[in-house]
Design a protein around this ligand. Structure first.
Ligand code: ADP
Ligand code: MG
Ligand code: ZN
Length: 604
């Protein structure tokens, strides 16, 4: 082991020396020119000023590195630039009263110098850490490997996205309007001594437009938008995340007023020392740096930090303290009206046929996020293109809804027997729906496999309600069990195809007993579930009852399931002839529209 370590040390010193040598020597290989002209370092602001005054005749931009300007009197001005500064300079050159000869080039220095310039400090740092790690690690013979992924700092100067491009989030927009106004005119707020939040947390499930909204705030205010994702910080080498945060805010200070957007902040900002993956050193350092930066900047500096998360419940409370992310703006899944607007936004500029009923599309897509709806419009366009249509028609949109919901139609076909069972199963669902729940529309019954489903009944679901009556829940369970009831009643068999139905039915029945006090165990809550906000996934149940009660609960749950099952069976048995008739028809055509189905059901 000792030898090994000494070898490392030798190697380390060798590498460092080699690097130093190259840095010293390499400038001699670079043809340096223009040594005879007076060159003056200026700031970006000075250079734009000179351009606008018409004092510059030629401008050479070396992309993302520096700009060299030649004045009318022959003086050379040099300034460091990045991509945003580049745009500003070009705009200033456009505004110049004299014509400016503009050249834009990529950096064309020796590759070694380029690498050394940008990587030298990092390489030395990494080697140093590697060395330290070797020294301290007990084994000594383990291979030390790491991936170094730089968090990508994304910048956009004055994004073109505005509030007009974000639909159905009126509350959120209203909350953010103040921020926009502040960014447009920080002085106004400073003079009057009004306090402006430094940090705003955008909270909501995936795909509701958090990123879009953050960008729209920058777009509305006409300020630069810096963004970085929390998940990229945490993969990094110790210390690098914190350095990146420092970089980020340094940039932001240069371009203020501006927006700094931190996506997936929960990745860095998870409660310290708690839960899964707690005590991650790197994450903690990164988080600390973030807190330091946020406390550090002047509230009137014109930097607003927006952060997005779908897990506000797990954020470290330090992040939420006053002066940090003390504002919360909630973005929810859109309602019917919101969905309609989102669809309209994404249909803009596409050839949409007159037969497309946006209102109906909005109605049949409860639970769709903005991203799902954007995807839906795109799928419809793809389908239309595939059929060589010049317009996107309602048919494409309807198919797209099913695609987004259930996945594309599967190439594999069902065997004759599977088809038969699927037909009866789906008709079981459909008839129970039609008979028991007249508020629900049925749009389609199909035995063409799609996604993971063998067949499906495609209908409107009731919009999420604030509360449900016991009868409604029983009815819902009966509809879920309708498939299995049909299998048993008409084919005298049971299939695995009912698994998902059974799971959902059992879940409702169980909650009726333990949470909503809807059984003769009485009006009592026996379990509280803690749901992860927005994910709807349950993480813990608190059971506060004995083993004996547990058995009683199981009994009550199965009583409810049986009650609903009998109901479904009865509905189907009373319509046995209809069931056979509709099944025959469905097997012939494989897909029935809601109207055709209801027609068959009510006939005769
Ligand atoms: P999130 O960051 O919340 O996961 P995104 O902002 O990335 O969601 O949304 C993804 C895409 O979905 C957006 O680029 C946009 O096309 C669409 N979208 C989401 N919400 C909306 C909305 N409210 N209005 C218009 N488009 C939306
Ligand atoms: Mg996002
Ligand atoms: Zn089913």
């Amino acid at each position: 082991m000792k030898n090994n370590r000494r070898g490392d040390m030798g190697l380390l010193i060798f590498i460092i020396l080699a690097i130093l040598m190259m840095t010293v020597i390499s400038p001699f290989f670079l043809g340096t020119s223009n040594n005879n002209v007076a060159t003056q370092e200026v700031t970006l602001g000075q250079l734009t000023g000179l351009l606008k005054e018409g004092k510059i005749k030629a401008l050479t931009i070396v992309s993302n590195s520096r700009a060299i300007a030649e004045a009318l009197d022959g003086t050379q001005y040099v300034t460091e630039i990045d991509l945003i500064a580049e745009d500003r300079l070009l705009a200033a050159a456009d505004a110049s009263p004299v014509s400016v000869d503009i050249k834009v080039q990529q950096e064309r220095t020796s590759i070694w110098v380029a690498i050394l310039n940008s990587w030298l400090p990092t390489i030395i740092l990494i080697l140093f850490f590697m060395f330290m790690f070797r020294q301290t690690s007990s084994g000594g013979n383990q291979v030390f490997s790491f991936t170094r992924s730089k968090a990508r700092l994304y910048m956009e100067d004055k994004p073109s996205v505005t509030f007009k491009d974000v639909a159905g989030a009126e509350e959120a927009k209203k909350d953010l309007l103040e921020i926009v106004d502040f960014l447009k005119n920080p002085r106004k707020y400073q003079l009057i001594g009004a306090k402006i939040p430094k940090g705003v947390l955008l909270v909501g499930p995936p795909g509701v437009g958090k990123t879009l909204m953050a960008k729209a705030v920058a777009g509305e205010a006409g300020v630069p938008f810096f963004s970085v994702s929390g998940s990229e910080f945490v993969e990094m080498f110790v210390g690098v995340g914190a350095a990146r945060v420092r970089d980020l805010f340094e940039q932001a200070r240069r371009y203020a007023p501006c927006i700094v957007f931190i996506d997936e902040i929960d990745a860095v900002g998870r409660e310290r020392g708690a839960g899964i993956g707690g005590g991650h050193d790197e994450r903690e350092q990164t988080l600390n740096q973030l807190l330091v930066e946020m406390d550090g900047f002047d509230p009137y500096a014109g930097i607003i930090v927006l952060a997005a998360t779908n897990r506000p419940d797990i954020l470290d409370s330090a992040l939420l303290r006053p002066g940090r992310f003390d504002r919360k703006v909630v973005l929810d899944l859109p309602d019917v009206q919101g969905r309609k607007h989102i669809l309209q936004i994404h249909m803009r500029g596409k050839p949409i046929s007159n037969d497309v009923d946006v209102e109906r599309l909005a109605k049949i897509t409860p639970g769709f996020s903005g991203a799902d709806l954007a995807n839906l419009v795109n799928e419809a366009a793809l389908l239309a293109a595939r059929k060589n249509k010049h317009y996107i028609e309602m048919a494409e949109f309807e198919e797209a809804v099913e695609r987004v919901m259930l996945g594309p139609q599967r190439g594999r076909t069902l065997s004759q027997e599977e088809k038969n069972i699927t037909a009866y199963h789906e008709i079981g669902h459909a008839i129970c729906t039609a008979v028991l729940d007249d508020a629900r529309e049925i749009h389609k019954i199909s035995i063409v496999p799609r996604g993971v489903a063998g067949g499906y009944v495609f209908g409107s679901m009731a919009e999420e309600k604030m509360m449900y009556k016991r009868e409604e829940l029983i009815r819902e369970i009966a509809v879920l069990l309708g498939g299995r009831a049909a299998e048993e009643t008409f084919l005298h068999t049971q299939t695995t195809g009912a698994q998902n139905d059974l799971e959902r039915a059992t879940d409702i029945a169980r909650r009726m007993v333990v949470e909503w006090g809807m059984s003769d165990l009485g009006p009592i809550t026996l379990e509280e579930r803690q749901e992860m906000v927005f994910l709807g996934r349950e993480i813990a149940r608190h059971r506060n009852y004995s083993e004996a009660t547990a058995q009683l609960i199981d009994k009550k749950v199965s009583e409810i399931l049986n009650e609903a099952y009998e109901k479904a069976k009865q509905v189907l048995e009373e319509r046995a002839e209809k069931v056979h008739e509709i099944a025959t028809r469905l097997l012939e055509v494989e897909t029935l529209t809601g109207e055709e189905f209801l027609q068959l059901l009510s006939e005769g």
